[in-house]
Design a binder for this molecule. Structure first.
Ligand SMILES: [Zn+2]
Length: 320
C-alpha cells in the first residue's frame, strides 16, 4: 500500500500536529498531505473539519484527506466536501491529482507483483497448450467436413439458431377424391457445439489475447518510475488470462458436444448431396467408436436415415 494512503484512524490521531478541533478555511489551507480511506467501522471517528458558518462541518467520512494548514496544524477533511469547498483552489487540485496518481501507481505495482507469480505462469502455459491443441483439433475437423456444411454451421452460430429441419411426405385425399402428396417441414433437432465453427471470432480473438499476454509478461518489471499508463496496460493484459480461461473452457465443451454421435448424425442433414453426406458419415466413423454404430460410412448413413423414417411412421422425407 502507498505511504500516502492512511486507512487507520489511529495513524491520524497519533500525529502530534493533528488537531481535531481546528477549523479548515480557504485562507489557512496549505496543502494535502495524505489521502484517507478509513474502514466503515471508523467512519464515526473521522469528522470533516471544513469551516461551516460558526462551526466545523463535522460530516463523517471514509474517503478524504489529511491537510496541512498555514499555522502548521493538521486536520481532516471529507473528499466530497473538499472537492466542493476547494473547487477553485489550485493547490488543492494539484495535490489531489498527485496523491491519486501516486497511490494508483503503488496499488498497480502491488497488484502486478501479487498476480505475476509461478502459479500464474504455469496457468498461462497450460492455457497456451490447451488452446493450441483445440486449434489443431478444429483444423482437423475442418478438413473432414464439406465446406458448405461448415458454412451452414457458422451461420447457425451467428444467428444462434441451430435447428435442423427436414420435410416429411404425407398423402391426403382431396375434396375431389384424388390422392395428393404434401411435404411438411419438421424440426428434427438442434446442433450443439456450433461455437467452434465461428473460428475467427470465437477462437482467433483468444489466440490474439494469448499472444499479447505471452509477449508482454517478460517485459513486465514495474518500478515506481514506470508510467501509470504502462502499469494500467500491464494490469489489463494480466487480467485477460481470465477471458482466455473462460474461452478455453467454452471451446472444450463445444468440441465435446459437437463430437457426440447424435449431434454428428444431425449434421448429415445439412446437405442434400449424397457425396457430402457420406463425407460426414466417414468423419463420424473416425470420431465415434461405439459397438452399436456401424463403422462403414455408407451403412451408417443408411441407418441414420432409417431411424428418421421410423420416427415418422416410415414416411419418406427430404432434406431442405
Ligand atoms: Zn465537510
Amino acid at each position: 500500500m502507498s505511504y500516502l494512503l492512511i486507512t487507520d484512524y489511529s495513524e491520524v490521531d497519533n500525529r502530534i500536529a493533528f488537531d481535531p478541533k481546528f477549523r479548515v478555511t480557504k485562507e489557512n489551507f496549505q496543502s494535502l498531505l495524505f489521502m484517507t480511506r478509513f474502514k466503515p467501522e471508523e467512519q464515526e471517528l473521522a469528522k470533516c473539519q471544513i469551516e461551516r458558518k460558526e462551526n466545523n462541518c463535522n460530516h463523517r467520512f471514509m474517503k478524504g484527506y489529511l491537510v496541512l494548514t498555514k499555522n502548521g496544524k493538521e486536520a481532516l477533511i471529507g473528499g466530497t466536501c473538499g472537492d466542493k469547498y476547494f473547487q477553485l483552489n489550485e493547490q488543492y487540485n494539484i495535490d489531489k491529482n498527485w496523491l491519486e496518481r501516486e497511490i494508483e501507481i503503488s496499488s498497480r505495482i502491488e497488484q502486478i507483483t501479487k498476480t505475476l507469480d509461478q502459479k500464474y505462469l504455469s496457468h498461462l502455459n497450460k492455457l497456451s497448450e490447451q488452446l493450441n491443441i483445440q486449434r489443431r483439433e478444429i483444423f482437423q475437423l475442418k478438413t473432414l467436413l464439406p465446406s458448405s456444411v461448415r458454412k451452414e454451421l457458422q451461420n447457425m452460430e451467428k444467428s444462434k439458431n441451430p435447428s435442423v429441419y427436414i420435410e416429411i411426405q404425407y398423402s391426403e385425399i382431396s375434396d375431389d377424391g384424388k390422392r395428393v402428396q404434401k411435404w411438411v417441414s419438421d424440426k428434427i433437432g438442434s446442433i450443439n457445439g456450433t461455437h467452434i465453427w465461428l473460428y475467427e471470432e470465437n477462437i482467433g480473438t483468444y489466440f490474439q489475447l494469448l499472444h499479447n499476454l505471452e509477449e508482454t509478461v517478460p517485459e513486465i518489471q514495474p518500478t515506481s518510475n514506470t508510467q501509470l499508463k504502462v502499469l494500467r496496460g500491464w494490469c489489463r493484459t494480466l487480467e485477460s488470462i481470465h477471458e482466455i480461461d473462460t474461452a478455453v473452457q467454452k471451446i472444450s465443451k463445444s468440441l465435446y458436444d459437437f463430437l457426440k454421435y447424435e449431434n454428428l448424425a444431425l449434421v448429415t442433414f445439412l446437405t442434400k448431396s449424397r457425396a457430402e453426406r457420406e463425407m460426414i458419415s466417414k468423419m463420424i466413423c473416425s470420431y465415434v467408436s461405439d459397438n452399436d454404430i456401424s463403422n462403414d460410412p455408407e451403412l451408417l448413413l443408411n441407418n441414420i436415415d432409417k431411424r428418421i423414417r421410423q420416427n415418422y411412421d416410415n414416411r419418406n422425407f427430404r432434406i431442405i
